[in-house]
Design a protein around this ligand. Structure first.
Ligand SMILES: *Cc1c(COP(=O)(O)O)cnc(C)c1O
Length: 212
């Protein structure tokens, strides 16, 4: 399928899921996850009108988006090491993977601060980044004390579990911390995420095809 058609299909499905849940489809941002995709596909996605992109590696994103158009919004959705935080703050408009005090402290010192999401490891998986749910409130408070404005929360549910419970948990943690933005849902579960209140979905494969 041409890129523009895949994009339209995903947008239509987001809109249908939103309407079914009694939500306004314009509340939901489609983040096109362009990691590892070839430049020609990204060019097609830009030509189709897509303006919000997600990347999971700082260096790869730097190489690819160094001269990004001013109206393109770039989001970091992969783990961030503290020693890359300054570069990430310089390049990205949004960092969705804030999950440690050390990282929060480094970001707080940067001259340009991206919009920030705290990543929550809702499945408490060892191999996954993110604060565990029991520590989320404390970490959000700490970030605020450091002067960081937190825009919302992000999660990646365990692959072999139904995602709904994880999306619901993320929504609960957000609500009790006064946060309204939820980054959740990928190619396999973005419609479910919309039903559970996602305000942005991160979709790669369903837009671009399989990654190389
Ligand atoms: C790769 C990635 C995605 C996109 O995954 P797809 O299944 O290809 O849609 C979403 N979120 C994160 C954090 C990712 O690393």
């Amino acid at each position: 399928m041409p890129i523009a058609a895949s994009r339209q299909t995903v947008l239509d499905r987001i809109a249908a899921a939103a309407k079914a849940a009694g939500r306004d489809p314009t509340e939901i941002t489609l983040v096109a996850v362009s990691k590892t995709q070839p430049p020609e596909k990204i060019a097609q996605m830009l030509a189709a009108g897509q303006r919000v992109f997600g990347e999971n590696r700082v260096q790869e994103a730097q190489a690819r988006w160094a001269g990004k158009p001013a109206d393109v919004e770039l989001r970091l959705i992969g783990p961030l090491q503290s020693n890359k935080a300054a570069e990430a703050c310089a390049l990205f408009d949004v960092i969705e993977t804030l999950d440690r005090e050390k990282l929060a402290r480094v970001i707080a010192e940067q001259p340009k601060r991206p919009r920030l999401y705290v990543q929550v490891n809702t499945g408490e998986e060892d191999q996954k980044a993110g604060v565990i749910p029991a520590e989320a409130d404390g970490f959000i408070t700490l970030c605020r004390e450091l002067g960081l404005e937190i825009e919302g929360l992000m999660c990646i549910p365990p692959v072999n579990e139904p995602p709904g419970l994880h999306f619901a948990l993320l929504g609960k943690i957000a609500a009790r911390n006064g946060l309204t933005k939820l980054s959740m849902g990928m190619s396999g579960d973005y419609e479910t995420a919309v039903r559970f209140g996602a305000t942005s979905v991160r979709v790669g494969t369903a837009l671009f095809g399989e990654r190389a």
